[in-house]
Design a protein around this ligand. Sequence first.
Ligand SMILES: Cc1ncc(C[n+]2csc(CCOP(=O)(O)OP(=O)(O)O)c2C)c(N)n1
Ligand SMILES: [Mg+2]
Length: 677
Amino acid sequence: MTATDTATALDSLCVDTIRTLSMDAVQKANSGHPGTPMALAPLAYVLYARVMHHNPRDPQWPDRDRFVLSCGHASMLLYSTLYLSGYDVSLEEDIERFRQLGSRAAGHPEYGHLPGIEVTTGPLGQGIAHAVGMALAERMLAARFNRPDHEIVDHRTFVIASDGDLEEGISGEASSLAGHLALGRLISFYDQNHISIEGDTKLAFTEDVGKRYEAYGWHVQDLEENIELGSLEQALETAIAVEDRPSLIIVRTHIAQGSPHKQDTAGAHGSPLGEEEVKLTKEAMGWPTEPPFYVPEDALEHFRRCVERGAEWQSEWEARFERYGEEHPGPAGELRRLFDRRLPAGWDAEVPRFHASGTLTATRKSSHEVLQWAAAHVPELVGGSADLAPSTLTRIDDSGEVEAGEYSGRNLHFGIREHAMGAIVNGLTLHYFRGYGSTFLIFSDYMRGSIRLAALMRVPSIFVFTHDSIGLGEDGPTHQPIEQLAGLRALPTLVVVRPAGANETALAWQYAIASTEHPTALVFSRQGVPTWNPASVPDDAIERGAYVLRDSFREPDPPDLILIATGTEVHLCARAADLLEPAGIATRVVSMPSVENFAAQEQGYRDAVLPPGVRARVAVEAASTFGWHRWVGDLGEVIGMETFGASAPSGALYKHFGFTPERVADTGRGVFERAGR
Ligand SMILES: Cc1ncc(C[n+]2csc(CCOP(=O)(O)OP(=O)(O)O)c2C)c(N)n1
Ligand SMILES: [Mg+2]
């Protein structure tokens, strides 16, 4: 097939409009990435105008095909295409204000800004990894809800990935798992343009990517330079027909295609072409050089046929959904609930409560028990671990595994791929599930990039981290987190919860599942802690972030001293209070399972828990002291970790590093003497 066979003049005009809008927007912003959108315009056009089933007028249509621009720096490709295909995108307000304060057309595509952005991209490799989660979610929904003659969940996930995306480790982790899981509805272009920022990719990237993806178990096509619209469409159809493997379509493109001086140069990657070069490029394309942002009416009209087609697809699907609902009212109602992102009514009517007990139980163990309760009430709760489930205890016991071709289970095996796990959990969460992923707290560092995207997108992914301090013991300092809690707490929107015992653990899971606007990190211990009297742990302990777990003998009057702790250090403080109170120092113990949530409380509540007049305060956490000084003030002290840990049994380490009731009591006494009553 040749271009003239398949691409009408109108199609070409549409493709060129994507190119010129992208060039103009970057030029006007005097910032951005023009070359890649210019080169990839035919890909976007074929996807949006010919192949993908989507409805620009209802970007939330649940059965739409998803598109992920993994190379988020090429954001103008997406914005131009969304505008031209009829999404609620404004030429004046969005595209002409590309990269300006308050514009929905941000530097890189941000989920929730413009309709049609399925996921935030920009950090290379993340897009394709999130797409793996979305494609997996599609199969998992299909396995649960489709019935003979009712293929009600029936869509695909399309991706464009660049050299940088496929150089990044996270894409390898995620693509390996996608191949293993045989995600046939995942289809990615690989834009092999031989260019990245420093120049030719042969500086650092010379493997045979196609062979690598074949080895992952993907179906691979290499179109080389043949990216006529007909060839692209044909390759996509071939990829769609391959149902048992994900597909990679390699295209050899030319960055800034059509630009007389910038084509095939790294300079076209991340800088405007320049007024003069824009003009020359438009002339070479046979495009009017003025005005900028020129959209030929017939191109717009042709492109906007997406609107009519999208409405037809959606109404056809809605009719099918109605028939499905008549025959299978239960599943249809359940699926509708997921589409609306509503939790089952009354799911948390009876949050588990645990009797007070001096028997020591690790919070990871309590978490396992609570997870079984949560899973029984929230069917969309699914997750797994990066090969540590026997330690993190995050299996849903009465459910099966998710495997290639068998997607009805709820337990995922991410393999030792923490970074991809984070992205896949986000992808699942974006796609109607409530996903969780677990590993040791120390390895949260390995997945920080994807946790950060969850936080930025405000998707309620749940990250479960166990072995949360030096208390993990003999594995030693390589495995003992020090600065991870402080680092996670510093992430905007992410809420970190480190519960002190079984009852806070139950509330922590309830809180994470009930959250809709932000991700949660649940941080659990390897070593045992006592179970506090449930009557002392208020229902809103996690929302409030901190509360008085045990007041002093002087209550309701303010105490002499406040001991503040999280997780496994709370009971140390209680035992320290047992030492201090008989000596006449009225000691209050505050449990602070979520520092961020406490910081967000109104002043009145904060002052009730930490009365400003009580300046004798000690905070205890077996982790970096970073951030704690705010809560103890000038006169207070923080007992934490200023060094790495060491290899030894947990009890010996706690003693060695000074996490003992005696040390807490001594410190408290000293602070009280300095501060006075
Ligand atoms: C994780 C990450 N590291 C670095 C960057 C900065 N960066 C943006 S694009 C790019 C490389 C561009 O090369 P390629 O992916 O081939 O895109 P092309 O220039 O071909 O569009 C880099 C290093 C980034 N966005 N994300
Ligand atoms: Mg490149």
